[in-house]
Design a binder for this molecule. Structure first.
Ligand code: SAH
Length: 363
């Protein structure tokens, strides 16, 4: 990743040390050498694996959830089916296979994929080429570019990839953590910038934070949650966001890099490891509420999928499977729902129009 390394150094030379958010954005979506732009980091052969890659049950249940919710908001035709950061297209592929069994629902869907990386778009084009999409998908770079109308919006492990800023409590108050070059042509290192007005971004929520504690704030995530809330409140629809993180805003440095399924030092060899930070679900909910929408959850992924019938669906698949495939289905399901795997840390949140009833799984 020599040109990413070089560009990071140039940025620091011209503008000074980078915020954690600037560093994350560069590492993930640098035009040539970002984790998502230069390659496909998802899957067994990549850096990390996601729920729809683990088991088809995930996308199938998400589709079932959307069918029910679509009817409760009046079954509009057309409805924009928007996926943020579709990765390799696994969730959408499973979704469309199930939605195709409900002609009325399937016919109403207009598929919009929000994807920043041309490399990932190419992967999605290939994986959805054979899918029963009616009509074929449209791509755009940001949610703001999706045309107006009622939406069903899905975002699995997308918000964690949006940049966060970090602030640390010191004897002189909150200071932003930034990334600078080490001396003598070494790597990169964290520094603390002088106290500044930016600390006002931490809206009094941690007034008594102990010295040394770190908080994360993501203007990008908050702006997006607010856009989604506004859209759903104005045009109708529902959003289902699944990601890892805490229900309550709190302190803690959750910035992490993952390379080939193992943790990796965040500042070492940028671009060779995926980088992300926990999602602050309370902050997302507050933003969507503030935009006029209603928010349900968060609820942990394990109980959420179980309420939607994950065990029953897996059992039905196993009934028709070879012993080998049956074992895979069992272990995939366990990974999605078990507390020590993805069942507790991962959470689901639903954003719906004001006055809408609780969607399935959130009752
Ligand atoms: N939802 C998929 C993949 C999650 S990985 C799954 O569950 O398997 C994150 C996805 O978001 C990738 O497709 C990545 O290319 C895309 N992405 C990351 N940052 C983005 C940004 N700022 N804007 C749009 N897409 C982004």
């Amino acid at each position: 990743m020599a040109d990413l390394d070089r560009d990071l150094r140039r940025l620091i030379a011209h503008h000074g040390p980078l915020s954690v958010a600037e560093y994350m954005a560069a590492v993930l979506v640098h035009p040539r050498s970002g984790v998502y732009t230069a390659r496909d980091p998802i899957g067994a052969g990549g850096d990390f694996i996601t729920a729809p890659e683990v088991s088809q049950v995930f996308g199938e249940l998400v589709c079932a959830w959307c069918r029910v919710v679509w009817r409760t908001f009046g079954a509009p035709d057309p409805t924009l089916l928007v996926e943020l950061g579709p990765g390799r297209g696994a969730l959408m592929d499973d979704f469309l296979r199930v939605s195709a069994t409900d002609a009325e629902f399937h016919r109403a869907l207009r598929l919009w994929l929000v994807e920043a990386s041309p490399a990932m778009r190419a992967v999605q084009r290939r994986s959805l080429g054979a899918a029963e999409a009616t009509p074929p998908p449209s791509w755009c770079e940001t949610f703001a570019q999706v045309p107006d109308g009622a939406v069903i919006l899905l975002a699995n492990e997308f918000f964690d990839a949006l940049p966060v800023r970090q602030f640390q409590m010191t004897a002189t108050g909150w200071r932003e953590r930034r990334i600078d070059e080490s001396a003598n042509g070494g790597g990169f290192r964290f520094i603390l910038s002088p106290p500044s007005g930016a600390a006002a971004l931490i809206p009094g929520r941690l007034a008594n934070a102990a010295e040394g504690s770190v908080v994360e704030v993501s203007p990008a995530r908050i702006a997006l949650a607010s856009q989604i809330g506004e859209r759903v409140a104005r045009f109708g629809g529902a959003a289902l966001i699944v990601d890892y993180g805490a229900c309550v805003s709190g302190a803690g440095d959750s910035l992490r890099a993952i390379r080939k399924h193992a943790f990796h030092p965040v500042l070492e060899d940028p671009g060779t490891a995926d980088i992300s930070a926990h999602v602050d679900f309370a902050a997302l909910a507050e933003a969507a509420n503030g935009a006029g929408a209603r928010v349900f959850g968060p609820i942990a992924q394990g109980p959420f999928l179980e309420r939607l019938g994950a065990k029953e669906r897996a059992r039905a698949l196993i009934a028709n499977a070879t012993p080998e495939v049956a074992t895979e289905i069992e272990s995939g399901l366990a990974r999605l729902v078990d507390a020590e795997a993805m069942g507790t840390l991962y959470k689901a949140v639903a954003i719906v129009a004001p006055g809408a009833a609780a969607p399935p799984g959130f009752e």
